[in-house]
Write a protein that binds this ligand. Structure first.
Ligand SMILES: *Cc1c(COP(=O)(O)O)cnc(C)c1O
Length: 369
């Protein structure tokens, strides 16, 4: 079986992990955590980095830190992971969604303004599958209506938008270091910001809101979202190779695009937009209308031939949990609905070999030609 993702862990990972074990520093108090926070913030062009347990809780803390609360509306793409909408709902705020662009699969920025009301507090911009969302219109609207901007950059570690690092836009940005992301800590995440007050708030929130001078007396409710030194040790080793990893991802993506170019019934990812070159977090494909079956069927056929794959995201406005909460009732977003049904991604991990890519491409061809 060719797995849908396998990470590359053959740099300094073992060495730094051994240092943790030899020194006894395994908790979040260890030195690799600070080192990862500082180097990562530097790489994405931010002043402060706050390491957390994963990319989902990074969003919980980020939203609370910038003041999203009961009754606020937050605009986000419907085509994304539940991690984006869940913290909005948990905060008692209201997720307001827009459809996706049929080619970049990112949120349709020209649908945002019509969704802004007097209760709108923030826009949550999410970069999807390796191409950044068009940030300038979002930042323009945020300035015009005095909105906060949260940037979920989990899928674009090492990517740039018009030459500026993804993760450097808006009030606060979040990342995930899950093993299928461009760098991994097993489980892990990062919040970055230039605002010292927001950074301090995030640090408090991730650490049960312990505050000096007297431990165990609390003015606020936080969480334990801390990252361990073991995770951070992996992260420091992985970050050393970010440029190389981006290069590998682009090579994988370009190779697939060349090998699959002749299959007329498949929509392939864009190699680039006006503002970025794809870094192919995953290599997604969408079945064109002439194909008489959907992504689930295609993935079954691939699996029977030993190829792992995953379906595209399932839109937020169709989620059963949100229907139960009377959110999005009667709303339709045709592009997201279509790509959720007809989109899936091929093995895209960093450990993929050229032979495996050729095998995947030949199998895909045998199914679609
Ligand atoms: C992976 C991902 C997350 C969640 O990260 P975890 O570390 O898995 O919790 C959040 N947002 C986006 C866009 C992601 O791709």
């Amino acid at each position: 079986m060719i797995p849908v993702n396998e990470p590359l862990l053959n740099g300094n990972e073992k060495k730094y992990l051994s240092e943790c074990i030899d020194s006894g520093w395994i908790s979040s108090e260890g030195p690799f955590v600070k080192q990862l926070e500082e180097t990562f913030a530097n790489v994405v062009g931010r002043k402060f980095g706050i390491a957390v347990a994963n990319g989902s809780v990074a969003l919980d803390a980020a939203l609370e830190a910038i003041g999203i609360s009961e009754g606020d509306e937050v605009i986000l793409p419907t085509f994304t992971i539940i991690s984006c909408a869940a913290p909005i709902v948990r905060a008692g705020a209201i997720p307001v969604v827009v459809d996706a662009d049929p080619y970049t699969w990112n949120m349709c920025v020209d649908q945002i303004e019509q969704k802004i009301t007097s209760r709108t507090k923030a826009i949550l911009a999410v970069h999807i599958y390796g191409l950044p969302v068009d940030m300038d219109p979002i930042l323009g609207l945020a300035a015009k209506y005095r909105l906060k901007v949260i940037e979920d950059a989990a899928e674009v570690i090492g990517q740039t938008y018009k030459g500026r690092p993804c993760g450097s836009f808006g009030d606060i940005s979040t990342f995930s270091f899950y093993p299928n992301k461009h760098i991994t800590t097993g489980e892990g995440g990062m919040i970055v910001t230039n605002n010292e007050q927001i950074a301090n708030k995030c640090r408090e929130l991730r650490n049960l809101s312990f505050i000096p001078p007297r431990r165990f007396i609390h003015e606020e409710l936080g969480w334990n979202f801390r990252m361990t030194n073991l995770q951070a040790a992996l992260g420091v080793a992985q970050l050393e190779r970010l440029d190389e990893f981006i290069h590998i991802k682009r090579k994988v993506g370009n190779m697939y695009s060349e090998l699959l170019a002749d299959i007329k019934s498949l929509q392939l990812p864009l190699a680039k937009t006006d503002y970025a070159e794809n870094i192919y977090w995953v290599y997604g494909v969408v079945l064109k209308d002439e194909v008489g079956f959907d992504a689930i069927e295609a993935m079954k056929l691939l699996s029977e031939k030993g190829i792992g794959s995953r379906p595209f995201f399932y839109p937020m406005h169709l989620q059963p949990i949100f229907k139960k909460k009377n959110l999005f009732s009667g709303e339709q977003y045709p592009v997201s609905e279509r790509i959720a049904e007809r989109g899936f991604y091929l093995p895209s991990g960093l450990a993929l070999t050229e032979n495996q890519i050729v095998e995947v491409a030949n199998t895909v061809k045998s199914i679609f030609s």
